[in-house]
Design a protein around this ligand. Sequence first.
Ligand code: 3HC
Length: 332
Amino acid sequence: MYAQLVKSEGMKSPEEMSPEERAFQERVDRNEKIEPKEWMPDGYRKTLIRQIGQHAHSEIVGQLPEGNWITRAPTLERKAILLAKVQDEAGHGLYLYSAAETLGVTRDELTEKLLSGNMKYSSIFNYPTLTWADMGAVGWLVDGAAIMNQVPLQRTSYGPYSRAMIRICKEESFHQRQGYAIMMKMAKGTPEQKEMAQDALNRFWFPALMMFGPSDKDSVHSAQSMAWKIKMNTNDELRQKFVDETVPQAEYLGLTVPDETLSWNEEKGGYDFAEPDWSEFFEVIKGNGPCNEERLGARRDAWEKGAWFREGLTAYADKAAARRANALVAAE
Ligand code: 3HC
């Protein structure tokens, strides 16, 4: 798999590295954690800000498709569970924004980049959630794909990111389980409920596969990110793992994965499966998915309506800092 990766732009061989860069690479190779105040190549910092920032935005935007169903959850218990899950996602966003801030970027800067379209969030959240069964499919498939990607990231080389991932993964496991529990209820329910579960699987299967990013031959960052252990696996490796784990779960539910080409390949010890429609993926990440406008509109609205609150907080912080400075001057 690794051999198929395209060389990332600006990636240096050991001979091309400066002594500082080589020493840094050796630390990464020894699995030492890199901490915020330590020297790091500019590209490492930039890649981390991009990936962690995008990840943080995904957690925050990811609240929207499920938040949409909180008021319509079928029982009090389901409502409480969904509410807790959506609140967890807000927490994940906050840990990740904090991790990104340790690299010298502010949360305001990251948000402005998101709102101006200069920073991405996960493609998956640009698809609508049309029925209650989608809450099951999102938890099962979307959080399932997120865990597949995030468990290895607990070992990522950047200390604050790695520690944030440990906490996040614990909560993501609960999210995946609650989704699967909804799917079980629906798939074993009335024929109409089973049909809703199947329909949700049909709509979310390929978008979930897209979450892992483009195929390795089109992944521009993987080679460098893996050398720096910002990523621990290639996009295709994780996608394969996800399919291998998820297909038996669909079978247990009595549902059909919407891929006629799906078949077990004894030789590779995994499933052969159809690739997602990559032209759709690239359109979605360019901003042309079914819900891009709505999702960014909601974030923009929240940002604008929250301005008075942020200003209030900063005004207090500024006044407190001025008071402390005055007290120091007075004491001298
Ligand atoms: N959605 C949107 N953009 C994507 C994408 C996706 N699913 N997959 C790839 N891209 C973008 C990349 O950001 C990059 O664009 P950029 O240069 O403008 O940033 C471009 O497509 C090329 O892809 P690469 O494979 O070269 O990019 P990466 O090496 O960054 O790999 C990734 C993509 C696997 C998503 C990686 O960034 C990653 O592992 N990120 C951390 C995990 C993450 O962000 N997860 C979000 C999932 S949702 C979530 O966690 C919420 C949970 O509650 C469900």
